[in-house]
Design a protein around this ligand. Structure first.
Ligand SMILES: [Zn+2]
Length: 76
């Protein structure tokens, strides 16, 4: 008996398969769209670059007329 090799789901004990039922579903979606498209979608949805976050903060700050904070240098 083993845990899922992808998500380590502790709720599902596996005897023969290496993936739990949820990861098996994900594997089917990957088979349909391809790993590159799925990876691209995951990066778009869940991983945010620092620049877009800064742009968003600046836009809100400017709109609200809030004075800008001093940026901390790496040495502080
Ligand atoms: Zn899993």
């Amino acid at each position: 008996m083993f845990g899922c090799v992808m998500c380590n789901n502790p709720d599902e004990t596996l005897v023969r398969a290496s993936l739990c039922s949820k990861c098996e579903e994900t594997k089917k979606i990957i088979a349909i769209y391809g790993i590159d498209r799925i990876n691209e979608a995951l990066l778009e949805i869940f991983v945010r670059e620092e620049r877009p976050i800064k742009n968003r903060v600046e836009a809100i700050t400017n709109r609200a007329n809030i004075p800008k904070k001093k940026e901390k240098s790496a040495s502080q």
